[in-house]
Design a binder for this molecule. Structure first.
Ligand SMILES: C[S@@+](CC[C@H](N)C(=O)[O-])C[C@H]1O[C@@H](n2cnc3c(N)ncnc32)[C@H](O)[C@@H]1O
Length: 183
């Protein structure tokens, strides 16, 4: 796997091993349909998935309201002041995300959907080869994303869900689970 930029220059929370797993699963499921992620933030996971999509001339839909999850809000542990729009008084990672997609040369393969996940899913019709869920990490948020998107995965496609370990001292971010859908 060759990434189009220095992935360490992209703000985000994904471990390189997880990124490679996403990339490889995206390649493997490409014949089943486009890919979709929930929770792009500044585009780290998007670069891995988007690179696989570019290889297969496939589209990656990148869903994020870009207002941050619970832990990104002002005063919270993972708040990044560089991503705070002080005029709006809200987080806004979209400008940073767009810059990363441009630097990575992925603009023709990544379609950003700037909306809450459940809104983006409302009229969704296209079967998906891979869905990656990495939006809000509360049980309620993750369950909503699962309920909104798992049903759109094509038979034999991949559902990948990002989780976080509760203790940042032990690595902080992450385990990647992937299930093959069989129905
Ligand atoms: C942990 S970050 C994603 C990290 C990213 N995948 C990476 O590789 O760095 C979670 C993102 O999910 C977004 N998010 C949280 N809840 C959401 C929702 N209901 N709909 C859309 N985006 C959501 C936040 O705005 C935030 O950018």
């Amino acid at each position: 796997m060759k990434l189009p930029l220095d992935i360490d220059s992209v703000k985000g929370f994904l471990d390189p091993e997880e990124g490679k797993a996403l990339h490889d699963h995206c390649l493997a499921s490409a014949n089943l349909g486009p890919a979709l992620e929930i929770g792009s933030y500044c585009g780290k996971s998007t670069v891995y998935l988007g690179t696989a999509c570019k290889t297969k001339a496939l589209t990656l839909f990148a869903v994020d309201h870009h207002r941050g999850s619970e832990e990104h809000q002002l005063g919270e542990e993972y708040h990044d002041p560089e991503l705070f729009d002080s005029d709006a008084g809200l987080m806004d990672s979209f400008k940073e995300f767009r810059g990363v997609m441009q630097r990575a040369g992925l603009e023709d393969f990544v379609v950003p959907i700037v909306a809450p996940s459940h809104v983006a899913s409302r009229d969704w019709q296209t079967p998906l080869g891979l869905v990656f869920i990495d939006g809000g990490h509360s049980m309620e948020a993750a369950l909503t994303d699962y309920q909104c998107w798992a049903k759109h995965i094509a038979t034999g496609g991949i559902l990948a869900i990002h989780d976080i370990f509760p203790d940042p001292e032990k690595g902080g971010a992450s385990a990647l689970y992937h299930l093959e859908k069989s129905h």
